[in-house]
Design a protein around this ligand. Structure first.
Ligand code: COA
Length: 167
């Protein structure tokens, strides 16, 4: 399994993978645009030619020392093999090298796997982890399909280089 920054060709594969994970699926255009404008802050994992996982994120324009992780997804067949952790470490090393000091994301209250992933990343980086409510149901459209779950903000930092980066 190889990790790399995405290229334009990865957009459709990321869109398909998002659909297979049960997350909010954005438009195909959004994923392809992401691969053009935010490739350096995103990562895809491949098994051979197959895209099996990705992380998308960006440096927040209004808070340039903070990286916001937009989506993390691992193909169901590849879960539990520390692939998401490898991708977060890949991103964490690169954003820390660029001087970013915090990582943020939002997670729904019932997403146990995602909560465990961020806790694992913070623990192994020796960073603080703070959870707080961010988006409530009122921040999402009402009366059109299933209501959107609230999203809690997780903020991790300060981020420093990993042990390996010191070696
Ligand atoms: C969340 C997700 C990315 C985790 O991917 P993964 O590759 O299976 O995770 P890893 O194997 O790297 O595990 C990382 C840590 O999380 C823990 N973890 C992973 N899945 C877990 C689960 N279902 N329940 C409890 N802990 C879990 C692991 O034990 C590990 O913690 P540790 O270091 O303390 O042992 C994956 O489940 C997924 O794609 N879910 C659907 C998409 C989603 O909800 N994304 C988040 C919202 S944007």
């Amino acid at each position: 399994m190889r990790l790399a920054h995405p290229s334009l060709e990865d957009g459709p594969h990321m869109w398909r993978l998002a659909g297979a994970t049960g997350m909010d699926v954005n438009s195909p255009y959004a994923y392809t645009l992401w691969c053009r404008d935010f490739a350096s802050t995103s990562v895809v994992a491949r098994d051979g030619d197959r895209v099996i996982a990705y992380v998308t994120g960006y440096a927040r324009p209004d808070s340039p020392d903070t990286y916001f992780l937009w989506q993390v997804a691992v193909d169901p067949d590849y879960r539990g093999r520390r692939l998401a952790r490898r991708m977060l470490d890949f991103i964490g090393d690169r954003i820390a090298a660029r001087g970013l000091r915090h990582l943020e994301a939002t997670v729904t209250p019932d997403n146990t796997a995602s909560r465990a992933l961020f806790a694992s990343f913070a623990r192994d980086r020796g960073a603080q982890i703070i959870w707080s409510p961010l988006f409530t149901r009122e921040h999402f459209p009402a009366g059109e399909g299933a209501p959107h779950e609230p999203e809690d903000l997780v903020r991790i930092g300060p981020l420093g280089p990993t042990e390996e980066a010191h070696a």
